[in-house]
Design a protein around this ligand. Structure first.
Ligand code: TYD
Length: 256
């Protein structure tokens, strides 16, 4: 594994060439960034937790018919995934106003939205990933009309499924960001869910107390970031009830 080729290094993950054609290895770093990488830190154990949480969610989504890039977890920080061509859009689904939506539209954080709202941001770091409309997507050809329909319909199904999954764990799914990719299979191209789903890319609040269990703890200097991610993993049953961040690191050393 030491001489494998790095394909891409992002803010929180690295992609390496996979063992077979059509596969990649996704490595989860402990690096955290926010505000278009203006704010940076290393949070010990975050990558390990996100690897596990993303694995858990992707497996469950696959089981309910949402195709995604996850193949299997390889070790503490790595998973084998299908190689796709990432569609250059961040798909955001919101149930409750928070973050930029609250700022942009002046809606108090925590106010439930009349229905789930899907938004798109164009993936362009230099521009700070601007919010774009379906008109922009169609006119500039970032996704085909069929891909756009599929992304919206998958996004809403993922929202329904994850809202239930988290509610069962005493967590309210406020909003989240997902990315899709094009999977080339011979002559066929399929749209599948890619990237990751973790507390880095979701807003998760305790159902009773509204305590934040996600990356807002980092964005807003609240502390206890990895502890909150570990709490999410614990409540989802991914790690033991009593498991601490240090135990997770050990626990995963077994490779299973
Ligand atoms: P949003 O409120 O638009 O932005 P911010 O995170 O800057 O406040 O975010 C909505 C949700 O999508 C939130 O759970 C964070 C997630 N998200 C990302 O993971 N990455 C991103 O680049 C963006 C814009 C959002």
């Amino acid at each position: 594994m030491s001489r494998r080729r790095m394909i891409y290094e992002g803010k929180a993950k690295i992609l390496y060439e996979g063992p077979e054609p059509g596969t990649l290895i996704q490595y989860f770093k402990d690096d955290a960034t926010a505000f278009n990488a203006e704010k940076k830190a290393v949070l010990d154990g975050k990558g390990v937790l996100n690897n596990r949480i993303s694995e858990f969610i992707m497996q469950r989504l696959a089981a309910v018919g949402i195709p995604n890039h996850f193949i299997k977890r390889l070790n503490m920080r790595e998973q084998l995934i299908k190689k796709v061509e990432i569609i250059p859009l961040e798909v955001i689904v919101r149930n409750v106003a928070a973050g930029t939506m609250s700022k942009r539209l002046g809606i108090t954080e925590g106010e439930a939205l009349p229905r789930a709202i899907v938004e798109f941001c164009y993936k362009k770091d230099e521009l700070g990933d601007p919010l774009v409309s379906e008109e922009h997507i169609a006119a500039f050809g970032w996704a085909s009309p069929q891909e756009l329909d599929e992304m919206i319909s998958y996004a809403l199904r993922i929202n329904d499924f994850m809202s239930g999954l988290f509610a069962g764990a005493g967590i309210r799914l406020i909003d989240f960001k997902i990315e899709f990719g094009r999977l080339f299979e011979g002559e066929m191209v399929r749209t599948i869910l890619a990237d990751e789903i973790s507390p880095d890319s979701c807003r998760l609040w305790d159902l009773e107390t509204n305590e934040k269990l996600d990356k807002d703890r980092f964005r807003r200097d609240m502390g206890g970031v990895t502890e909150a991610y570990a709490e999410v993993a614990r409540r989802l049953g991914i790690i033991k009830e009593s498991g601490q961040v240090a135990d997770i690191l050990d626990f995963n050393n077994s490779g299973k």
